[in-house]
Design a protein around this ligand. Structure first.
Ligand code: NAD
Length: 342
């Protein structure tokens, strides 16, 4: 087992480039964390399987066009880039600025959205960057018109953009509740309302993927608005699957576990993760090491969290022709955390 650098303290800007944003670094980190617990692991082959799948079978989305919201960074970027790698052109939509003052992490930037564009283009695919708030249905409809004008077709919609905040129900202000529900649930519905008509008009079927969360599969202490928004994604997804099936459009939810993105790599989320694991941080902000030690015992696959890229194979599958008979369903990528709930 290779040695690894010690876990880092929280960066001032969690969205800043991090050595953890590479798969190898993630593997080293996971191995080191396990070694610290006195556990051995064979996580490298399992983790590298994603690369093997994507490398060995490029072109599963050849000639297709996808719209991905929340594309500036994190899970949205990983999905956009994986789609490009599989042959799809991408419109990446992001607010690229602050969506709400209730979040405890830095906002994404236009530079980050442009970086996603560079990565997509690096796979030889076209990319259109759109700065828009998914709460703004008119802005999304304008983006849909741009898809028709520039790409002449649409095949895949990924309603992924979202925000997270923590607040006990009894202390919650209106703004907290409304911002989370408006972005995560109404924004996802807006995305479908603006873009699904293009799938219907195209008469070639289509794929819709909505990003939910494990917090949309069980109760979540101090995160009722977020959990409600992500449970709401299920109602939206299943209803859309019923309505759009006759057009050969599939609609499914992607359920990420704890993913190492800006939404997660911050003191508030780390503290809540530790509390969920029955631990209290010894200091604020908690050190990465103590968050890892709190996470590992209850994570079946013995990684503290996943990388955004770990979601990509599931997203590619749900977007592909191979998933033509999968609809109204969900696909969990949680490093086994799903084993704790139904
Ligand atoms: N990180 C996790 O552990 C985790 C776990 C489960 C589900 N999720 C969900 O995955 C999705 C992506 O999260 P992430 O971890 O990549 O977070 P992130 O903060 O890194 O990325 C979210 C992106 O969405 C954009 N966005 C936010 N509000 C927007 C709005 N109103 N209009 C347009 N764009 C907006 C942000 O600017 C950002 O680029 C979210 O829906 C989140 O709830 C994340």
């Amino acid at each position: 087992m290779t040695s690894s650098p010690a876990p880092r303290e929280l960066p001032a800007d969690p969205s800043a480039a991090s050595p953890l944003h590479t798969r190898r670094a993630a593997l080293r980190q996971g191995a080191a964390a396990l070694a610290g617990l006195g556990l051995s692991a064979t996580i490298a082959p399992a983790a590298s399987a994603e690369e093997a799948v994507l490398d060995d079978k490029p072109g599963r989305l050849k000639g297709k066009v996808a719209v991905v919201t929340g594309a500036a960074r994190g899970i949205g970027r990983a999905i956009a880039v994986a789609f490009a790698r599989e042959g799809a052109d991408v419109m990446g939509i992001d607010i690229a600025g602050s969506a709400s003052s209730i979040t405890a992490y830095p906002a994404a930037t236009m530079d980050e959205l442009e970086e996603t564009g560079k990565l997509v283009k690096g796979h030889g695919r076209r990319f259109i960057a759109v700065k828009a708030d998914i709460r703004d249905l008119d802005a999304l409809k304008k983006a849909a018109a741009q898809v028709t004008e520039k790409f002449s077709r649409l095949d895949i919609i990924v309603a992924n953009a979202g925000i997270q905040g923590f607040k006990p129900l009894l202390e919650m202000e209106d703004k907290h509740w409304h911002d989370i529900i408006d972005v995560n649930l109404t924004g996802a519905a807006n995305t479908l309302r603006a873009f699904a008509p293009l799938l219907v008009e195209g008469k070639s079927g289509g794929r819709i993927i909505l990003t939910s969360s494990t917090q949309g599969r069980h109760g979540s202490k101090n995160a009722s608005a977020y959990a409600a928004s992500k449970w709401g994604i299920y109602g939206l997804m299943k209803s859309a699957a019923l309505e759009l099936g006759e057009h050969k459009i599939t609609v499914n939810a992607l359920v990420p576990g704890l993913i190492d993105t800006a939404m997660t790599r911050n003191a508030t989320r780390w503290t809540e993760a530790m509390k969920e694991a029955g631990k209290q941080p010894s200091k604020q902000p908690p050190s990465e090491e103590e968050v890892i030690q709190a996470q590992l015992p209850h994570m079946p696959l013995k990684v503290p969290w996943l990388k955004p890229e770990d979601l990509a194979p599931a997203a590619v599958f749900l977007a592909s022709d191979e998933a033509a008979m999968v609809s109204g369903s969900s696909y969990d990528v949680t490093a086994g955390d799903t084993a704790h709930f139904i």
